[in-house]
Design a protein around this ligand. Structure first.
Ligand code: PEP
Ligand code: MG
Length: 620
């Protein structure tokens, strides 16, 4: 009883504290054509929930709790809408900065697929037009989606089944965090968590989903209905009520009104050659996952498709050939072969080195944040790691020396040439286990290499882990945000002392700096004598050159301004140690040619931009 009382008192105190503390606000503008939809909203609320302060969002006279997916979605924020985010209470400033940063990133990354262009092919047989989800050609008989329901023995109570499903979605999200589709699972987890608060039985859940779905019918958020059906099905499965899809044993083209996102994964173990869906949309979660699976797929009126003999699904031309002639069949087979060849060609080319038309080789490295993204980078054709943003390795709890060592070892095993940046916390990046006192101008405060002074024990442990993992390898250690020669010297001496204390040989380790603070441009002559390498971080360099915060919601800087190129020219003219570039500018297709002409020979870009960057280089 007493325990309960103190809990209530604590809760009331927290509420009062939040209520009477000064609220902080910022305006955020939706810039994505998709609006602020389920997936980014789920990311936003997940981050908001990690702070104990209140977070609200206001738009058009309505204010809602920004920690709740459905509440935030109810604001129906579309492209160009500006809304206000307000934080109040403990860590309000930190929460506001973090949410603002995330929002900017979500808007930038939210690429809309409008229509996929069709390449016309003439067929003799009657054709049915559709909208392309994934390009490809398939020849097989059509088969209609059929299911059977199986009741397995079940020992889980409803609440436990809900929790288990939420946990599974969370695990799937964590496991796929680096893939473009992971947010789908986070969004479903958030939807189900919101429903879990209001339901005590499967019947409650079904009624609630029915109610929520009918509200969504005909709105811009109607694609969410499929996600509701999907989470309902997953809870039912956890309760032993499995809906099993019956797939033919031979090759087939699947016809369905729609598929649940979770059903796409099942297709990979069947003989499916193609998919035609009647009711989905090109940006639904189902369509996104179908695209990721690479299965040729189309949105078309499935009721017109005959079931008896082979049909052609040509989702390059955007048609289904209902009664193909033998010439049509021949044509489709040729096109199928050509598609396979094209895919194989571009896939194999990403592992080839990139040479300009003059025969100059440009190395394309990757910027990564953890072990998984390093593996993705390898798969995408990266030739090394130009920037390991170590602050993203352990985002929630302080890692032990062993966990850190393990992560660095795995990454060093993946690539021969790796540049690890020591923790770059501060400014727009926060870690829950590194406490930086509130600052009026965090971007001009304790950031990057300045942490050596404020948090020496954390840096000492990080360097120790890197040194153990490096074990005789030629690893490069890079200090971020260096603004004076003294800062570099002190950080290097500190690293040498760590090595001495633990008796590790670091003679094979190189030490360099990011060039992202303008003062460095005027210190190069002295720095040349002490550093082993430089990497230009244009993201920060640009913000400091123009005194414009990189995460500012309305102020925009032109990253391709001549000022930035002049700064790079100056660096290349004065540096006598190797210089590479790892800011976003390195993958900007309009900038690559200039960067190469200025003399850069190593570009480090995000893993998904590697193939494209290599291809662009080949035309320089
Ligand atoms: C940069 O500033 O350009 C850079 C690559 O570092 P980050 O984006 O991590 O600050
Ligand atoms: Mg930077």
């Amino acid at each position: 009883m007493r325990g309960n009382q103190s809990f209530v008192i604590l809760l009331v105190m927290k509420l009062l504290k939040n209520l009477f503390s000064k609220p902080l606000s910022t305006q955020l503008k939706v810039t994505s054509s998709n609006g602020f939809h389920l997936r980014p909203v789920a990311r936003f609320t997940t981050l908001a929930k990690s702070f104990s302060c209140d977070v609200t969002a206001s738009f058009d006279g309505n204010t809602v709790d920004a920690k709740k997916v459905n509440a935030l979605l109810s604001l129906s924020l579309d492209k160009n809408d500006s809304f206000t985010v307000t934080t109040r209470g403990k860590e309000a400033q930190k929460a506001l900065t973090a949410l603002q940063t995330l929002f900017e990133m979500l808007m930038q990354d939210d690429v809309e697929v409008t229509t996929i262009t069709k390449e016309h092919t003439h067929y003799e047989g009657e054709t049915l037009e559709g909208d392309i989800i994934t390009k490809g050609v398939a020849i097989a008989p059509a088969s209609v989606y059929k299911t059977e329901t199986l009741q397995h023995e079940n020992s889980l109570a409803f609440k436990d089944a809900m929790q288990q499903t939420i946990k599974t979605l969370e695990e799937t999200y964590s496991a796929q965090k680096e893939s473009n589709n992971a947010d789908i699972y986070l969004a479903q987890k958030e939807l189900l968590s919101a429903l879990a608060e209001k339901c005590d039985s499967l019947e409650d859940l079904e009624i609630l989903i029915e109610k929520e779905s009918s509200k969504l019918q005909g709105t811009t958020l109607s694609a969410k209905i499929t996600d509701y059906q999907d989470v309902l099905q997953q809870v039912k499965t956890a309760l032993g009520l499995e809906v099993k899809i019956l797939f033919p044993e031979e090759n087939f083209i699947l016809l369905a009104d729609d598929l649940l996102p979770s059903e796409i994964a099942l297709l990979s173990s069947t003989q499916v050659q193609g998919v035609v869906l009647k009711e989905t949309s090109i940006n639904s979660h189902t369509a996104i996952l179908l695209r990721a699976s690479g299965i040729p797929s189309l949105i078309a009126d499935t009721s017109q498709i005959p079931l008896s003999s082979d049909i052609i699904l040509d989702s390059v031309a955007g048609v289904v050939v209902l009664h193909p002639s033998s010439d049509d069949m021949q044509k489709a087979k040729v096109s199928q072969e050509q598609n396979k060849k094209d895919k194989a060609h571009s896939a194999s080319k990403r592992f080839e080195s990139a040479q300009t038309t003059q025969g100059k080789t440009i190395k394309v490295y990757a910027n990564v944040g953890d072990v998984l993204s390093a593996k993705v980078a390898k798969e995408e054709g990266a030739e090394g790691i130009g920037l390991l943003r170590s602050e993203f390795l352990f985002k929630s709890v302080k890692p032990t020396l062993e966990t850190q060592t393990k992560a660095y070892t795995e990454i060093f095993n993946t690539f021969e040439d790796v540049t690890v940046r020591t923790l770059d916390v501060g400014g727009d990046k926060a870690l829950p286990y590194i406490n930086i006192p509130l600052e009026d101008n965090p971007f001009l405060g304790v950031r990057g290499v300045r942490l050596f002074r404020t948090h020496p024990e954390i840096l000492a442990e990080q360097l120790h882990a890197i040194f153990i993992a490096a074990q005789g390898r030629k690893v490069k250690v890079m200090f971020p945000m260096v603004s004076t020669v003294e800062e570099f010297n002190k950080a290097k001496i500190f690293a040498q002392e760590v090595a001495q204390e633990h008796n590790v040989d670091i003679s094979h380790i190189e030490f360099g700096i990011m060039i992202e603070v303008p003062s460095v441009l005027f210190l190069l002559q002295t720095l040349n004598k002490v550093v082993d390498f430089y990497s230009i971080g244009t993201n920060d360099l640009t913000q400091y050159l123009f005194a414009t915060e990189r995460t500012h919601p309305s102020l925009k800087i032109d990253e391709t301004s001549s000022v930035v190129f002049d700064a790079i020219t100056h660096i290349l003219n004065h540096a006598t140690k190797p210089v590479s570039i790892c800011g976003e500018l390195a993958s900007n297709t309009e900038a690559i040619e200039k960067l190469i002409h200025l003399g850069l020979t190593t570009l480090s870009v995000n893993p998904k931009s590697i193939a494209q960057t290599k291809e662009t280089i080949r035309y320089v």
